[in-house]
Design a protein around this ligand. Structure first.
Ligand code: NAD
Length: 542
């Protein structure tokens, strides 16, 4: 019995550690990298709190050293996926009845464990398994993930405290129930924080969840699962089932009690899931909530009043950090002819200093792309550009002999609808289209309409009339829009993230908008002294 109206701790952004030479945090991270590099983790499924090892096993390798196995992951099949549904449904009653302060305490404790006891371990796992540099791992698996937990707890309290008006003799209350059934979370490889947020946001709101991680990110994701259990997450609330995506679509999605789907990944997969749900719509007990943050073709658009040095730095960081595998990464740029030579020279100057290699060497700015399929896909774009009369590869190369390495690549497109100007590549490839300075409006229209996505975009200009004009012209082109800054690096609680069009449902992870999707409100009206009347005064003739 909770006889108190509690306030959750104030949310805040986790400070970023710098890992400077000689610092204690750098030493402990290096020690952890050595320790994890020397072991092979056996990763089980976790269903109803029980670890289950299957006969079907997949090797997990370091993308920057692809012969080096760091984990062997059990893969769930039909029987295990169905067992996970049963476990989620069994755990639901007790979990949704648990007072909010206790649910919240678990997630706040996970944030604190992540940023203290397990900070080095989660960063090392993200570096080795997903090939992130120390800075990229720190802002993802330590900071952003903790931010999601702390902000979501505060956001949940904001939602729960919203109550309707009352009138004399009547008390109205709204309670925010979880959805009626279970939630499925399918997560991508590229952010440990997103992998953590997708199952936990619905769980915080009282739902029980089936979590299918990406097998290329499973090393860090399993460590997170273990931290959640250590923090007191009860059995069955989140069921961890590495598996083939198609099996989840086949055995889990059509279940009558599937009440919500929380996804981040490609547009193609989300569209496929949406059609599967559509085909099964008559079998569900409720209308499933579908939340998906998907692909992007994120842009940098410069005006001839742009500060060229800032523009060039944004192009390099925006396009090449984490090998261009952020959904927000700049992958097309529109540069006016009058500043192109100066911009290219500044970009080349930066890129000449970039080192690509094993992320355990802290002097590297970039690691490897995630796997063979991704490497081959990116290589295809570079090879076709090299052979095309409509494009020119200004710099860039690749080599997969040790790791899946792609050097920062710049393609010059001679027409604005050249394939690498409009398709998502998800690698360190930036394509530039140089436009005539006097064709600003025509080029803004191309930027707005040439690709189907609407995720992130940045403009560079100094003239305030021009900034206002460009902002208005591109109002539908991005859910996260930047002025004189790179289009990456959104921070929870500061730049709520997500896009529309083919980029997803734009439910802004880490904000109240996202949490609203995982609740089903019930309005309760209580009348203290009920009326006995049936007829109304106006019915009288006198
Ligand atoms: P992906 O779509 O290949 O995989 C995402 C998840 O879906 C993985 O767990 C995968 O195993 C699973 N999956 C694959 N096929 C499936 C199927 N048929 N049914 C069900 N699940 C299936 O994406 P990825 O390579 O992991 O991540 C890169 C993509 O994610 C890019 O398109 C990127 O833009 C997008 N992304 C978007 C955001 C955003 O906020 N908009 C953030 C991160 C990544």
């Amino acid at each position: 019995m909770s006889n108190g109206i509690f306030s959750v701790p104030k949310d805040y952004n986790e400070p970023i550690h710098s890992y400077l030479p000689g610092s204690a945090e750098r030493d402990s991270l290096k020690a952890e990298l050595d320790r994890q590099s020397a072991e092979i983790v056996d990763i089980p499924l976790v269903i109803g709190g029980r670890e289950i090892f299957t006969d079907s096993v997949k090797d997990v390798v370091m993308p920057h050293d692809h012969r080096h196995v760091i984990a062997r992951c059990s893969i769930a099949g039909e029987a295990e996926l169905k067992a996970a549904i049963d476990a989620a449904l069994e755990a639901k009653g007790k979990w949704q009845a648990m007072p909010f302060e206790h649910r919240a305490a678990i997630f706040l404790k996970i944030a604190d464990l992540l940023t203290t006891k397990y900070r080095a371990a989660i960063n090392a796992a993200t570096m080795l398994g997903q090939s992130k540099t120390v800075f990229q791992a720190e802002i993802d698996s330590a900071c952003e993930l903790a931010d999601f937990f702390r902000f979501n707890v505060a956001n949940a309290q904001t939602i729960y405290s919203q109550q309707p008006n009352n009138s004399v003799g009547i008390w109205n209350r709204v309670e925010y129930r979880p959805l009626d059934g279970f939630v499925v979370a399918i997560t991508p490889f590229n952010f440990t924080s997103i992998a953590g947020n997708l199952p936990t946001a619905p769980a915080l709101m009282g739902n029980t969840v089936i979590w299918k991680p990406s097998t290329t990110a499973v090393h860090s994701n399993y460590l997170l699962m273990k931290i959640m259990i250590e923090a007191g997450l009860p059995a069955g609330v989140i069921n961890f089932v590495p598996s083939r995506g198609v099996d989840v679509s086949k055995y889990v999605l059509p279940h009558p009690k599937m009440a919500g789907f929380h996804f981040t990944g490609s547009t193609e997969v989300f569209s496929g899931v949406w059609s599967t749900v559509g085909q099964n719509i008559r079998t569900y007990e409720s209308y499933p909530r579908l939340v998906g943050e998907t692909g992007g073709k994120d842009f940098i658009f410069a005006h001839n009043t742009a500060d060229v040095k800032a523009l060039a730095a944004a192009m390099v960081r925006g396009a090449y950090e984490y090998q261009g595998q952020k959904c927000s990464a700049a992958s097309r740029a529109f540069i006016p002819a009058s500043i192109w030579d100066e911009t290219l020279a500044a970009v080349k100057e930066h890129v000449s200093k970039i080192k690509v290699g094993d992320v355990r060497d802290f002097t590297n700015f970039m690691g490897a792309v995630i796997d063979r399929a991704s490497f081959d896909n990116i290589k295809g774009y570079i090879d076709r550009a090299a052979a095309s009369p409509d494009a020119e590869v200004l710099f860039g190369s690749y080599d997969d002999s040790v790791g899946y390495f792609v050097q920062p690549t710049l393609i010059l497109a001679k027409k604005p609808d050249y394939e690498s100007m409009v398709k998502e590549i998800f690698g360190p490839v930036l394509t530039v289209y140089v436009y005539d300075d006097d064709k600003l409006d025509e080029t803004l229209r191309i930027c707005d309409t040439a690709s189907p996505y609407g995720l992130t975009g940045a403009i560079f200009a100094q003239d305030r009339y021009v900034i206002a004009h460009m902002e208005a012209a591109l109002s539908g082109a991005a859910g996260n829009f930047y002025i004189n800054d790179k289009p990456t690096g959104a921070v929870v609680g500061q730049q709520p993230f997500g896009g529309s069009r083919a980029s997803g449902t734009n439910d802004k992870a880490g904000s109240t908008l996202n949490l609203y999707r995982w609740i089903s409100p019930r309005c309760i009206k209580e009348t203290f002294v009920p009326s006995y009347a049936v007829s109304y005064p106006y019915m009288s003739e006198k």
